[in-house]
Design a protein. Structure first.
Ligand code: EPZ
Length: 422
């Protein structure tokens, strides 16, 4: 089993270039099923979830060619609906974008119920509500979601989401693009990757407006065409290295970013004592020896991202005083706290609230990556802990971080990946 070993006590300094955003690349890759023509996608991150998604499309009859390290050609002309491999699809959450893409193009779909990180219940009732309101008949079991729609009764409509949901906003957008008539999605999520998906679809001939606001309008079109599109930079990967600078007291220039996407992260780091300077496509974060306590409430964009919660909580373990972290998106996203407590942290969790008594020294030990972002938080903890931290289950980290060991090493971390017999 592969592990990451970190020896703490090294300040991180230097420059790191951010890869394309996993959570934008995944819906755009699955959207190629809706487009049904050759698309060239650039700035694609080299992460496990992308590789798995490309394999799923290949298994459905897509022609997928990697042009270079970050560019892939995807032609879904001959893809058939309902043919995704269930054992692959249920490994990740993003495969559920096949539902909207297949329904939109073929007016039928059958996809295994999605997997993904374990944060408690992750229902898809809002996705199904949107599909049904467009005219689909949905049958869902614990294994599959199956949909059919009569071509003549699949029609644009007004959909008001009961909660703000990234996945349902994008999935229903996919389903509505080729529907007759106009669709208005209200109470839509506003994440930058939703804007990226809308921009990609519009380069293919869709007519989507309002993405990035809570009201998205989609005018149905007859057909889409292939296009070339570059994925936006990964704001969560960027935020992760920003927190690492703050935690180790170093200065890191994070390049290939859109500073606007990082505003809530930059603000929280400044609140906890770091210096953050913004440039056109970069930010420079300088950590200070004295880290101030701060309170965090995660919330859909433009709020503080839930995907930055474990990383920020780790930083607050180093702050002087008591910090409060409340998780506004998921039922259970504090499973990593037990791992931090093994390292000496003092954190009490009550439901969606964690109370962090900062200022206690962290010491290296064996820890587990319990999910993707929790795993990278273990790396940050290892960077500042005394001694050696060994992280297992690192395939979860590699689901969403491109060359995470190489990038941290280039910043001065004493970090390596080792393979040990299972
Ligand atoms: C996406 O998950 C991301 N995953 C998550 O990132 C991210 O945490 C999340 O958005 C929020 O930003 C991908 O993009 C692959 P949601 P998703 O639809 O689509 C409730 C990472 O680390 N909900 O906003 O699942 C339910 O509790 C991952 O990269 C319903 O109740 O986000 C769900 O868990 C982790 N009914 C929560 O909202 C619904 O129909 C967030 O869902 C839909 C959602």
């Amino acid at each position: 089993m592969d592990k990451i070993i970190v020896n703490g006590g090294h300040q991180l300094n230097g420059t790191v270039e951010i890869s394309g955003m996993k959570n934008a690349a995944l819906p755009i890759i699955y959207a190629c099923v809706l487009v049904g023509a050759k698309c060239t996608i650039e700035n694609v991150p080299n992460v496990r979830d992308v590789a798995l998604s490309l394999d799923i499309l290949r298994g459905m009859g897509a022609i997928v060619n990697k042009i270079n390290d970050t560019t892939v050609e995807i032609d879904c002309t001959d893809v058939k609906p309902g043919t995704s491999e269930p054992e692959l699809a249920k490994k990740i959450r993003a495969s559920y974008y096949l539902m909207g893409a297949e329904l939109g193009r073929f007016k039928k779909s059958k996809v295994a119920f999605p997997g993904g990180c374990d944060f408690g219940g992750r229902p898809i009732d809002q996705h199904i509500k949107g599909f049904e309101m467009l005219g689909a008949t949905v049958t869902s079991t614990c294994d599959y979601v199956e949909m059919t729609a009569d071509e003549h009764e699949f029609y644009g409509t007004n959909i008001f989401f009961d909660i703000v949901t990234v996945g349902a906003t994008m999935n229903v957008m996919l389903a509505a693009v080729l529907a007759k008539g106009n669709t208005i999605i209200e109470n839509a999520a506003r994440e930058p990757h939703i804007v990226d998906l809308a921009n990609f679809l519009n380069t293919c001939g869709a007519r989507i407006s309002g993405a990035g606001t809570d009201v998205i309008k989609i005018k149905g079109v007859e057909k889409l065409r292939g296009s070339t599109y570059a994925i936006i930079p990964d704001m969560i990967e960027a935020g992760t290295y920003m927190v690492a600078a703050a935690a180790t007291g170093g200065t890191i220039k994070v390049t290939n970013v859109i500073p606007k996407h990082l505003e809530s992260i930059s603000a929280k780091l400044e609140e906890s004592g770091s210096i953050v300077e913004e440039f056109g496509d970069a930010v420079i974060v300088t950590g200070r020896s004295k880290i101030r306590k701060a309170n965090v409430k995660t919330h859909p964009y433009p709020g503080f991202p839930t995907d930055m919660q474990p990383q920020m909580a780790t930083l607050l373990c180093l702050a002087s005083g008591v910090s409060y972290v409340s998780e506004g998106v998921y039922e259970k996203r504090f499973r990593y706290v037990d791992e931090l407590k093994k390292m000496g942290a003092s954190i009490k969790v009550d439901g969606r609230m964690a109370v962090i008594e900062g200022g206690l020294p962290l010491h290296g030990t064996d820890v587990v990556a319990v999910d993707l972002r929790a795993g990278v938080a273990m790396i940050i903890a290892g960077l500042v802990a005394e001694g050696t931290t060994t992280i297992s289950n690192i395939h979860l980290i590699e689901r969403g971080y491109d060359d995470v060991v190489g990038k941290f090493r280039s910043l001065g971390a004493d970090i390596k990946k080792v393979s040990e017999p299972d």
